[in-house]
Design a protein around this ligand. Structure first.
Ligand SMILES: [Zn+2]
Length: 223
């Protein structure tokens, strides 16, 4: 089912537009890139007990809002209509996870200077092709902008800018800045844009602080 929308074309990135937030942010967007923030929606990946953050369409839409892909009004409209077609909404979540895992496999292989698994690259290419089919160049104020058709009418449309962000990053010199959090149980991905390129943690508040506490107690025990 396609939700009726008043807007046919969606401007990207939405972060450039001002819109009123309806909900407080829920996702920690520390990746410095939309594709990496999307990869980080599986928490504690290497712990053996990963925590899925995209448990249903509501969470996926919420991620879209936090990441600036959807406006609060877009998310409201999805929330109102989602019960009309739970199968398509559920499929969007499955596809989001499918894309995410392909992105993770490709990014992590390149970060470790390993060969990229071809099936993951093939999967990513499927989503990039899908995104390209909905991408249009539009004129605005003497310049051109990339926009997406049907961005607010299809449940899985938010995967288009995510796939596009992955393609842009993978072909950019910023890949040299790709790092994983030093916490053995976290390993969230981010771009290290710090001055000296010595950033170790996804967030000082979370993993950096946990390490400080661990070191403090280790010191006390040996003292
Ligand atoms: Zn971390």
């Amino acid at each position: 089912m396609v939700i009726k929308s008043t807007k046919k074309i969606h401007r990207f990135p939405m972060t450039e537009t001002k819109f009123k937030r309806r909900r407080p942010p829920k996702f920690e967007l520390i990746g410095g890139n939309l594709a990496l923030d999307s990869v980080n929606t599986l928490d504690d990946r290497p712990s053996g007990h990963p925590k899925e953050l995209l448990t249903n369409f509501y969470e996926l839409a919420r991620f879209g809002e936090d990441a600036g892909i959807l406006t609060g009004a877009d998310v409201d409209r999805f929330y109102i209509n989602v019960h009309l077609d739970p199968d398509e909404a559920g499929d969007a979540v499955r596809r989001a996870i499918h894309l995410r895992e392909a992105m993770y496999a490709v990014f992590s292989a390149l970060m470790k200077k390993q060969t990229v698994p071809q099936p993951a690259l093939d999967t990513l290419n499927v989503y990039i092709r899908d995104a390209a089919q909905h991408t249009r160049l539009m004129q605005k104020d003497g310049r051109c902008e990339l926009r997406y058709n049907e961005m607010t009418s299809r449940y899985s449309a938010m995967l288009w800018p995510i796939a596009r962000a992955a393609a842009d990053l993978l072909t950019s010199s910023d890949m040299a800045l790709l790092r994983a959090c030093s916490s053995a149980t976290c390993q969230w991905l981010f771009l290290d844009t710090s001055k000296n390129h010595h950033r170790r943690w996804c967030s000082m508040k979370v993993c950096g602080n946990r390490e400080k506490v661990r070191k403090f107690y280790a010191k006390k025990t040996t003292a």
